[in-house]
Design a protein around this ligand. Structure first.
Ligand SMILES: C[S@@+](CC[C@H](N)C(=O)[O-])C[C@H]1O[C@@H](n2cnc3c(N)ncnc32)[C@H](O)[C@@H]1O
Length: 208
């Protein structure tokens, strides 16, 4: 039987093997909107960073950026762009489920990480656990209602996010919920995300 790491890697490698950048080269707009929360010279981790559009944006702002992803093809494209643009980004090629933080981060971000419902909880627990005191977790995911839209994302509700479940989980973690909302937005991110979409936007601040 194939290992999960190989299944996830093959899926995303095939998507990222095509020419160009599936979600474009511009930073995700929710990350950009909240980038004022990220202070200069701090350490940022991008979870499920793919071809690197957010990591590049943050590295260009002078931050110490690490990008974690299961797809080596995505990460190679990220590294190539980083070299072209004279940026240094540390790469972590791993399945999130196999990752343990070696140090604490000032900020952790993630956009459109499609995890199975049972693994979503672990991602949030790990991310909050890997933040420094007063560190931020900033993220955007497709909500379960995205099943009704054709703008991108998985057609499997088990890989989408449920607002009330997130509220319950975040309330039990050592963090303040600065933002947790489900919104209908207009996506314009490469060929992969285009049109009206239902997303969940998250900003958490670690408090101990
Ligand atoms: C929809 S793409 C989003 C990429 C990037 N965050 C963006 O918004 O451009 C999802 C990414 O999550 C990665 N991914 C999915 N499941 C993963 C897992 N279990 N561990 C690590 N990376 C994973 C994929 O390889 C892919 O790069």
């Amino acid at each position: 039987m194939k290992k999960k790491v190989d299944i996830v890697q093959e899926l995303w490698n095939s998507k990222f093997s095509r020419d160009g950048f599936l979600y474009g080269t511009e930073v995700n707009s929710f990350i950009k909107e909240n980038s004022h929360l990220i202070e200069k010279n701090t350490k940022v981790l991008c979870l499920g960073e793919g071809e690197g559009r957010n990591a590049l944006f943050l590295a260009k702002k002078g931050l110490h950026v690490e990008a974690l992803d299961a797809s080596d093809v995505g990460l190679k494209k990220l590294q190539r762009r980083a070299l072209e643009e004279n940026c240094a980004i540390t790469i972590r090629h791993t399945l999130l489920e196999n990752w343990q933080a070696l140090h604490k981060y000032d900020v952790i971000i993630s956009t459109f990480m499609h995890l199975e419902r049972k693994d979503q909880k672990d991602m949030f627990i790990k991310a909050i656990g890997a933040l420094k005191e007063n560190g931020y977790f900033i993220a955007e995911f497709f909500s379960v209602d995205q099943i009704n839209f054709i703008s991108g994302g998985p057609k499997d509700t088990n890989l989408l996010y449920q607002l009330d479940e997130l509220y319950e989980l975040f309330s039990s973690l050592p963090c303040t919920i600065h933002k947790l909302s489900q919104e209908i937005i207009m996506l314009n991110e490469g060929k992969g995300h285009k049109g009206e979409a239902s997303v969940i936007r998250v900003v958490l601040k670690r408090w101990i």
